[in-house]
Design a protein around this ligand. Structure first.
Ligand code: SF4
Length: 507
């Protein structure tokens, strides 16, 4: 009988840098101490198990910044019988090695989940693996809760979505979950105390900050929907979560349930800013956004907190921007990726640069800050095209700069399970001398004429443009804007340290 369950993120640091895995789509080890993103699906699993009467230890050694040694002391005190590890491709071997060694010291069995398991489920249980169960897809909270119930004899059949070994050590796959099998509104609201919500936040969010998921999956191009599912989900070829976790589907929670969760965060935990980390927020669905606004109004929550969200630029129409203003939206995190239309078409962004630029300007015209995400190192892009993106992103950053405007830059990485991996494989664009552990943004996985480390570095350095600094300074309104700015500077220094130019790393 399993009673004690640990959900564990072991702090496998590298050269003093932390692995960004919780709720991170792109993987890297980072020197920044400011990035602590709340693992929403794992927190939901903790809540479901706790609500079902299991004894749960939520041990995020990465974001609590505790050493491996101290984590293991906590584990020894708790004595888990069942442990869940979330992995990604670059960490999978390190997780396997670590858990194999841990398994020799504690009496526990192990399950693994995460985006890499969606395409390597059976392989992750092959001979020598320390894991007994592997769960693919992004609904692993529902599935693992049912898995534990099955192991305890509470249900008769293994839940769909699980790889496991039978008594002959053969690997069995239960079956694919049926479409619509998981009702997000039936999941309990996340227990924030159990999952230590206040350990988390990022440099660009006011504190205290909390994260929510308004749904799962990216709704895709700007259309009107009559319900809360999308018939045209996002399909960007690099977007590993959209493909591996959400299987190119998008569904939203009810606006009422989302507002209920916000009410608890604002009234009980006094949260100042709430970030919706759903792939493209709920903003892709205008009907949902209207009802979300009404649900917040009914609870007298508008004006009581800052709302921030991921969003697609083509969702940012004047009508939706007006709704976002009424909700109290402070910041939107918007994917630009590239300013070159040929690249946007090639990665199936379903937006051209004009649409992206218009959406961002609509938000900025309305006083909403925008965090733009960009990528470098597309194997087909020339240095001139890369420079064009740098130039256009600079123009957008300097367009009506508000305090809080910013950008992020990462390296275009072909994680297995994403269409861009298959495409790059077919086009022979992958450096096969590199193991999966090198898909960490410190190595050049895709063949490209660009020095990707330098290009990322240059993109982050746009924050130091004198005009941007001056405009941001004069746009400060509150005393704690200075604290936010200080955290931003610390984070920027960390990011500048993350991306080294090729000569520095001896490539
Ligand atoms: S728009 Fe963003 S969230 Fe949606 S599929 Fe593309 S990259 Fe993913």
């Amino acid at each position: 009988m399993i009673r004690k369950i640990c959900l564990y993120y072991p702090p496998l640091v590298k050269n003093g840098m932390f692995p960004l895995i919780t709720q991170n789509r792109q993987f890297k080890f980072s020197a920044s101490r400011e990035i602590r993103i709340y693992p929403l699906v794992m927190a939901s699993l903790a809540t479901m198990l706790d609500a079902a009467g299991y004894d749960v230890l939520f041990l995020d050694g990465i974001n609590r910044r505790i050493s491996l040694e101290n984590c293991e002391k906590i584990l020894a005190d708790f004595s888990p019988e069942f442990m869940v590890i979330e992995t990604k491709a670059p960490l999978f071997t390190a997780h396997q090695d670590y858990i194999r060694e841990l398994a020799s010291r504690i009496n526990c069995r192990f399950a693994i989940c995460g985006d890499h398991i969606s395409c390597a489920g059976a392989k992750s249980l092959s001979a020598g693996s320390p894991f007994s169960w592997a769960v693919g897809g992004g609904y692993y909270d529902f599935i693992i809760k049912n898995l534990v119930d099955w192991l305890n004899g509470k249900i008769n059949h293994p839940p769909p979505g699980v790889f496991y070994k039978n008594s002959d050590q053969n690997i069995i796959y239960s079956q694919d979950p049926e479409s619509g099998a998981f009702n997000l509104d039936e999941a309990p609201l996340i227990d924030r105390d159990l999952t230590r919500w206040s350990d988390y936040g990022e440099a660009y969010l006011y504190r205290p900050a909390a994260y929510i998921l308004s749904g799962r999956g990216c709704g895709g191009a700007n259309t009107n929907h009559q319900d809360y599912t999308s018939s045209m989900p996002g399909r960007c070829t690099f977007c590993i979560w959209q493909h591996a976790l959400w299987r190119r589907k998008a569904v939203l929670r009810s606006p009422e349930s989302t507002a209920d969760e916000i009410e608890i965060l604002v009234k009980k935990y006094r949260v100042r800013e709430i970030f919706d980390d759903n792939e493209s927020g709920g903003i892709w669905n205008e009907l949902w956004l209207e009802n979300f606004y009404r649900s917040l109004e009914k609870r007298r929550l508008t004006g009581k907190f800052y709302f921030s969200s991921n969003a697609r630029a083509d969702s940012l129409t004047p009508g939706r921007i007006r709704l976002l203003q009424k909700i109290g939206c402070r910041l939107l995190k918007v994917g630009v990726e590239s300013a070159n239309d040929s690249t946007l078409a090639r990665i199936k962004k379903d937006e051209n640069f004009r649409a992206i630029s218009d959406g961002i300007k609509n938000a900025k015209d309305a006083g909403i800050a925008v965090l733009m995400t960009t990528m470098v190192g597309y194997p087909w892009e020339s240095s001139a095209e890369m420079q064009h993106t740098h130039h256009e992103v600079k123009k957008l950053l300097l367009y009506k700069t508000h305090f809080g405007d910013s950008l992020q830059s990462s390296i275009f990485t072909p994680y297995p399970g994403s269409p861009v991996y298959d495409q790059s494989l077919a086009e022979n664009k992958i450096d096969f001398s590199l193991p999966l552990s090198a898909y960490d943004m410190d190595h050049k996985v895709l063949l490209s004429e660009i020095d990707t480390g330098r290009a990322c570095h240059e993109m982050w350095k746009l924050h130091l443009h004198p005009l941007f600094l001056l405009r941001s300074l004069f746009a400060m309104r509150h005393a704690d804007d200075f604290l936010l700015a200080l955290r931003g500077i610390k984070s920027l220094l960390g990011h500048l340290g993350d991306y080294r130019i090729e000569n520095d790393r001896g490539n």
